[in-house]
Design a protein around this ligand. Structure first.
Ligand code: PSU
Ligand code: MN
Length: 301
């Protein structure tokens, strides 16, 4: 049920660096046309460092690994694309629907295609209030089980980051701070939460990926790369907006898979678009680091 584009197929066969990208960030994470512009810029950034991008999504029930420019454009505009996590996949495949892949399903399809490194903005995690709502992103279970390295700016700040780290620890996910011991906080660099490990360079990261794979230590690796200081938001401004957005969401009774898209859009509205700009910058910054790690990994694997 997957189709890998020719360029990506060739690169994988020759052992070159390929970087997977998700499509939920396009269809549900950002408004049109910024979503498409960003997706294409991220691809260009990955190429700039010498790796091949492979944006992943599901078209008419077929998992596409390496969408064309036209397909990305369509993902940015089309209504009714289903946000697809692991539980949704069989339905999307059987009914030949369009599915936007989340971190979880992008990992599944990347693994299937043989891609190790995947770049996104922020992963899903344990939501605030999860002890009551049980809302824990399926992304975390996927990281526990699927052999892909995810480069991100931490878990989205709308979450409970402390509980997210606890969950990752319990499920044996290797978490590495990129040039820092502090967990990145999506819109800002500082969550105040300490990580066990930092990597100093892409080579350093590649060696750890290799060690995990060589020793058959099943599961994902999470590399958290903080947003550059000049692109980060003011902590107080973003925290206030997040709290307001969560309050609003509870009033409206929004739950489940709608939570994350609602909050991202609402926070952007409350910050006058500033959070969206930060989101775009942090993804581009992750693309740079992810491409470099993929290149170093391709050299030693
Ligand atoms: N990162 C972003 N924007 C997004 C997402 C991540 O910068 O929209 C998406 C990812 O696809 C992630 C999903 O898997 O949000 C998490 O959704 P949930 O909390 O429902 O699992
Ligand atoms: Mn959820």
């Amino acid at each position: 049920m997957i189709r890998v584009n020719e360029e990506v197929k060739r690169a994988l066969k020759e052992g070159k660096a390929v970087v997977a990208l998700e499509s939920t960030i396009i269809s549900h994470g950002m408004p049109y046309p910024k979503n498409v512009e960003t997706a294409l810029k991220v691809e260009a950034e990955i190429r700039k460092y010498g790796a091949i991008p492979a944006t992943i999504g599901i078209i008419d029930g077929v998992g596409i690994v390496g969408m064309s420019k036209e397909e990305i454009e369509e993902f940015g505009k089309r209504k009714g694309i289903v946000k697809t996590s692991r539980r949704d996949l069989p339905v999307i495949f059987a009914r030949k629907l369009w599915g936007a892949t989340t971190v979880a399903t992008t990992m599944i399809l990347a693994k299937e295609a043989g891609i190790e490194v995947f770049v996104t903005g922020g992963i899903g995690g344990v939501h605030r209030g999860a002890p009551e709502t049980f809302d824990i992103s399926a992304d975390l279970q996927e990281l526990a089980n699927t052999d892909v390295t995810v480069v991100c700016a931490g878990a989205k700040a709308i979450l409970d980051l402390n509980l997210t780290l606890e969950y990752l620890e319990t499920y044996g996910v290797t978490v590495l701070g990129y040039q820092t011991y502090e967990l990145a906080d999506f819109y800002t660099a500082h969550s105040g939460l300490k990580l066990e490990y930092k990597i100093d360079s892409p080579e350093d990261g590649a060696k750890i990926i290799k060690a995990k794979r060589e020793n058959n230590l099943k599961g994902g690796i999470l590399i958290t790369n903080p947003i550059p200081e000049q692109d980060a938001m003011d902590k107080k401004v973003i925290d206030d907006s997040i709290n307001k957005a969560i309050e609003e969401m509870q009033k409206l009774g929004i739950r489940g898979k709608e939570t994350t898209p609602y909050l991202l859009a609402k926070i952007s509205e409350l910050t006058g678009g500033e959070s969206l700009e930060s989101n775009i910058r942090l993804v581009l910054n992750n693309a740079k680091v992810g491409a470099q790690i993929a290149i170093e990994y391709a050299k030693i694997k």
